[in-house]
Design a protein around this ligand. Sequence first.
Ligand code: URA
Length: 446
Amino acid sequence: MRVYDVIAKKRDGEKLTSKELDFIVQEFVKGKVADYQMSAFLMACYTRGLDVDETSNLTKTMVSSGKQVDLSAIPGIKVDKHSTGGVGDKTTLVVTPLVAAAGVPVAKISGRGLGHTGGTIDKLESIPGFSPYLTMSEFIEQVSKIGIAIIGASKSVNPADKKIYALRDVTATVSSIPLIASSIMSKKIAGGADAIVLDVKVGSGAFMKNLGDARKLAKLMVDVGEKAERKTVAVITNMDEPLGFAVGNSLEIKEAMDTLKGNGPKDLTELCLNLGSRMLVLGGLEKEIGLARKKLEGILSSGKALDKFVQLIEAQGGDSGIIDDYDVLTKAKIISDYTAPNGGYISSIDAEAVGRAALELGAGRAAKDDKIDSSVGIILKRKVGNYIEAGDVLAEIHSNDMDLLDRADTIIDNAISISKEKPEKKELILEEIRINSSPSLRAYYS
Ligand code: URA
């Protein structure tokens, strides 16, 4: 088999066999396919697409490019959760201790942020002392003991995704639906999940900018998951405005703690209960979504989810003093108010632009090896649909540098639109996608 022929076949819109996909991916991981050839192949996938079988076979070969995490020593159904990436999305920080407190074992491998979207590991690392570096046996032991562990991705698991993503990032091929689906699902499957709840974001701050594309991505990931015998459910959620109010690492940790204390923003709390109840059902702890939600509401108000978060922090070396004293977290030197230039209704808050403003301040990485500043970011003070007067504070900008503050201020100025008319309210949770024909799921949802 020749790499050239595989590229040409996809360029001409033909369907690739599992052998061909296996060949090009494994040879690339071994360093035997040049970056320029893989780039051409990825662009052919981008323009011609991959069907369900091809995406599923691509996922399989990516999983087999490295070690697979074996979670079988942990009793119970291991349910993973994944968000396709958004701005202010600190859901994992809330939902994982919440479901762990309910009895779902959480063995979570999370990523770092890239571009305008944040990563769970960066957020957790803003807690003094917290380490995302556990050996695999420490990881499994901690989940068996306290029901939860969150670690960063290991180089030996799914190396194909790391190498392929690095090329996609510089060849304008990130936004291909089958390439995103295979990248996400290969990470989930290699990470050892038995069942998966996917949060597919749609809107200005998401990879998927419209509902049609979000549906395609959700359906494809559910199909790939089910083909790999993982019970998979996707929820499509709105990412037109940031989730919650805080964007930036320490700021998001504070908001997650507020939410675990029952005082979080409405949208974040709602999303965590929604995803969490699906995790409980897939984990076999409840038969019905409504009952699962009631259980989680009880756990949240009892303080048990917060206790689980404390256990997680302490088990991974972090200072759990942050729970009672937020000042333990790093703080930016300058906090500047962005005020409304005129009165009216907030008609939109461009999530991607807010993410970019946070990135400018140093909260994220423009390139893979950039250092991040955990103290900086933005706290929005209002949401879309709120009525405001001229001069009201709409956002706090937390910065360690005056020039960066000015740049972020300009971006925020363009990101927030104010109108005389009250805008139509967009729902947060838009749709659920699952396989109706799957007997296992039918049983869970009947
Ligand atoms: N998130 C991923 O993990 N992979 C992609 O390709 C896009 C978003």
